[in-house]
Design a protein around this ligand. Structure first.
Ligand code: NAD
Length: 497
């Protein structure tokens, strides 16, 4: 695997080429070491205008390509991504501090699989059958590409989030302008370069780097885009929606989460313990679906807390380049401070820190896996998104109480229920308000199935055929089949001829 050296990179990719940008200088920092990985100049609102103009000009031609032609480009993109997997892995590790095992086994193959899925899906869009719903007409449905998509992505899974937003839009015939998080632009820029090499026409995929307040606001509120999609925090998502609403643009929002992890009294305790550690610590807990609120049957509570504490204590925290490392740093020093501050306030609100709660003695933005038991239902650590390697635990009295606690959140992205009782499993999957409910597992995702939340976790779907709904229009075509000039229904409007 190659390593990333601190080079100066062009800040944007517009109309099929790297474009130097004129904004303030910016450094991409490796959070594992504090070293500078790359420097670039932030994009400006003028760059957003150029990117949107390029997308607007390129979109009709791309939409006119046959589904087979679009699929061909996406299949080639998947092949080139596989050929450049080492570059994507090195960039994700360097800019996020992501453990190399996670980048190699999850981020990059998951992204490639998503591209492959949409390459196939591009060719089998389905709709309602054409039929004579009125005796005098044939009705049919046409699906069309919605146009130009503006998308804004976060720093936790830069490549996967870019792929989830960009690829279904391209498969549907849209052109895209994407703004990655300013601290993690590398893999999104590489994706655009590789897509151009795969034959994507110039202007169909454009990247503008830059700050949220400046470039993000300009993109979300741009008059000439048709849809604004966003993955990030709930607060920023609402600002993006407000900016898009000025022009009445459609939005899709994938926002924060606070996933419950419900362990019923008949659960396989060992499986629940292993699942809780993996579900809470994936990507250093910087995962919108991460297990954050363990809600455990009273009879199992002490053993669960002891078991999770023991496994967390064995987690290897350190150099993300080392394949033996389990947990890398948080994505930035600023974010580590936020996580540490939230954990430090937890004991004042009744939480008992069982393990962790400290930064290890390492130069990067590391934070130890942290388990906080006995948290109060109204405490900040239990209610607000921490987005770090932190699991809280509470007990419940009966199934009603368990499901009440699971739903006692503004978020609704993901949840899991741990039980060997099929009726309990069915009830939990029916009653927990979330975009995904796992039974006896927590975290796995798959390209064929949708991802997206309810409530403060947003609306709309990434992945799967469902995501096409964000990128397609629905047109009803109704054709007269009588050939009659004076139609019966005209009498409703003018009775005397
Ligand atoms: P964030 O909301 O701070 O930033 C996300 C993106 O929005 C970045 O590109 C940022 O530059 C941009 N931005 C910031 N202010 C903006 C503004 N005013 N207008 C337009 N754009 C603006 O989120 P983050 O800290 O990068 O990521 C973490 C958050 O993302 C967490 O809340 C997490 O739950 C969420 N997330 C959700 C999903 C999901 O699928 N639901 C997936 C991953 C992350």
């Amino acid at each position: 695997m190659s390593s990333v050296s601190a080079t100066h990179i062009p800040g944007s990719w517009i109309n099929g080429a790297a474009v130097p940008t004129g904004g303030a200088p910016f450094e991409v920092i490796n959070p594992a070491t504090g070293a500078v990985v790359a420097t670039y100049a932030l994009a400006t609102p003028a760059d957003v205008d150029a990117a949107v103009a390029a997308a607007r000009a390129a979109q009709p031609g791309w939409a006119a390509a046959t589904p087979a032609d679009r699929a061909g480009v996406l299949f080639e993109l998947a092949e080139l991504m596989a050929a450049e997997a080492d570059t994507f892995i090195a960039e994700e590790v360097a800019q996020c501090g992501k453990p190399v095992r996670l980048a190699t086994e999850f981020d990059v193959p998951g992204s490639i699989d998503n591209v492959l899925f949409f390459a196939g899906a591009a060719r089998h869009l389905e709709g309602k059958a054409s039929a004579e719903y009125s005796a005098d007409h044939t009705s049919s449905i046409r699906r069309g590409a919605v146009g130009v998509v503006a998308t804004i992505t976060p720093w936790n899974y830069p490549l996967q989030m870019a792929v989830w937003k960009v690829i279904p839009a391209l498969a549907a015939g849209c052109a895209v302008v994407i703004k990655p998080a300013e601290i993690t632009p590398l893999t999104t820029l590489t994706l655009a370069r590789v897509a151009t090499a795969a034959g994507l026409p110039d202007g169909v995929l454009n990247v503008v780097t830059g700050s949220g307040a400046d470039v993000g606001t300009a993109l979300a509120g741009h008059r000439d885009v048709d849809v604004v999609t966003f993955t990030g925090s709930t607060g920023v998502g609402r600002k993006v929606m407000a900016a898009a609403a000025v022009h009445g643009h459609r939005t899709q929002l994938e926002l924060g989460g606070k996933a419950p992890f419900v362990v019923f009294e008949d659960a396989d305790l060992d499986a629940a313990i292993q699942g809780a550690v993996a579900g809470a610590l994936i990507n250093s807990g910087q995962d919108c679906t991460a297990a954050t609120r363990a809600i455990v049957a009273r009879d199992l509570y002490d053993d669960f807390v002891a078991g999770v504490g023991e496994v967390m204590g064995k987690i290897v925290v350190g150099d993300p380049h080392d394949p033996d490392t389990d947990l890398g740093p948080l994505s930035s020093f600023a974010h580590r401070e936020k996580v540490a501050a939230m954990v430090s306030r937890a004991p004042e609100q009744g939480g008992r820190i069982v393990t962790g709660g400290v930064s290890p003695d390492l130069p990067g933005a590391f934070y130890r896996p942290t388990l906080i038991a006995d948290v109060a239902e109204d405490s900040e650590i239990y209610r607000d998104e921490v987005f770090g390697p932190v699991l809280t635990v509470r007990s419940f009295t009966d199934d009603d109480d368990a499901l009440r606690q699971a739903n006692d959140t503004v978020y609704g992205l993901a949840a899991s229920a741990w039980t060997r009782d099929v009726y309990r499993a069915q009830r939990a999957s029916r009653e927990i308000d979330a975009g995904c409910v796992w039974i006896n597992d927590h975290i796995p995702i798959i390209s064929e199935m949708p991802h997206g939340g309810v409530g403060a976790s947003g609306f709309g779907k990434d992945m799967s055929d469902y995501s096409f709904e964000e990128y397609l229009t629905i047109k009803h075509v109704m054709s007269d089949i009588t050939g009659v000039a004076e139609k019966d229904w005209h009498r409703t409007i003018f009775a005397k001829r």
